[in-house]
Design a protein around this ligand. Structure first.
Ligand SMILES: C[S@@+](CC[C@H](N)C(=O)[O-])C[C@H]1O[C@@H](n2cnc3c(N)ncnc32)[C@H](O)[C@@H]1O
Length: 258
């Protein structure tokens, strides 16, 4: 995701759910523990939602924000330095004390190669702390694949889908040869506010999980797709009396100390 050959992220729609999205970032940070000397990189830092908490927790460490999206980086405040780069090809200039990544590495494939490569950029005693959504079988994400494949089979193949994020136990097994691992999963019961013109779950996913689908559709196709998604969501997530909806959201966490 270079931000050059694909439509960029939309910081405004992403920021609408800042509170719900910050909670797992803080839950991850709480487990990162004491650090050796060295810089911290917030990998896939987005608009800098976690920067303040990282700075407060580790005031003596240089804090670097890294992201592939120019739009997100233009909003990112609170870092000593920003790097525009693709995690897939990025290599740290010097060994790091902490690589922290909240809700970003699920956009990259082949975690069996990626995570050990990131761990290899740490100083001895350094920490790799990662949180990723694991929501692929939930209606919010399954409907996107199924509806896109039903409407536009020339571009989408739901049957061939391989989830990029594995259960927490897989990361424990993958990383325990490299150091001490703590891995867990949490399902957050998110209460989404009513949204204008769309189902509340649609409003939540439109800035993230929907992006790879709509970027392959014309504007007219996007409208048809969005309407079918709203209809399917209405039965899986009935609206509450306040017009909002409940969206259980599963997230995988791990902290590796090398
Ligand atoms: C859901 S946002 C999370 C942002 C931030 N970490 C937070 O907690 O709010 C995902 C971010 O990952 C970035 N991202 C996705 N794939 C990337 C890649 N291959 N290299 C660098 N950044 C990437 C996106 O540009 C986006 O800003």
């Amino acid at each position: 995701m270079s931000g050059v050959d694909k439509p960029d992220w939309n910081p405004e729609t992403y920021a609408k759910f800042r509170g719900l999205r910050l909670r797992p970032a803080l839950d991850l940070l709480m487990q990162a523990g004491a650090l050796p000397k060295g810089a911290i990189v917030d990998l896939g830092c987005g608009d800098g939602a976690a920067a303040g908490a990282l700075r407060q927790r580790y005031p003596r460490h240089e804090l670097i924000g890294l992201d592939a999206s120019p739009a997100m980086l233009s909003r990112a405040k609170g870092y000593a330095r920003l790097i525009e780069a693709d995690v897939a090809t990025w290599q740290a200039e010097a060994p790091l004390a902490l690589i922290y990544s909240n809700a970003a590495l699920h956009w990259l494939p082949d975690h069996a190669a990626l995570m050990p490569r990131l761990a290899g950029m740490l100083v001895p005693g350094g920490v790799l702390a990662v949180q990723m959504p694991r929501q692929y079988q939930a209606p919010s994400h399954r409907f996107l694949r199924d509806i896109a494949a039903a409407l536009y089979p020339d571009r989408f193949d739901a049957a061939g889908f391989e989830p990029p994020v594995q259960p927490a136990v897989t990361y424990w097994e993958m990383l325990s040869p490299l150091g001490q691992v703590d891995a867990w999963e949490t399902e957050y019961v998110q209460h989404l506010e009513p949204a204008a013109d769309m189902h509340p779950v649609h409003a939540f996913t439109q800035s993230t999980a929907m992006r790879p689908f709509v970027e392959k559709m014309s504007v007219d196709e996007q409208a048809i797709f969005g309407a079918a998604y709203d209809k399917a969501l209405a039965s899986a997530h009935p609206l509450l009396a306040d017009g909002g909806a409940l969206m259980p959201f599963r997230r995988v966490f791990f902290v590796l100390k090398v």
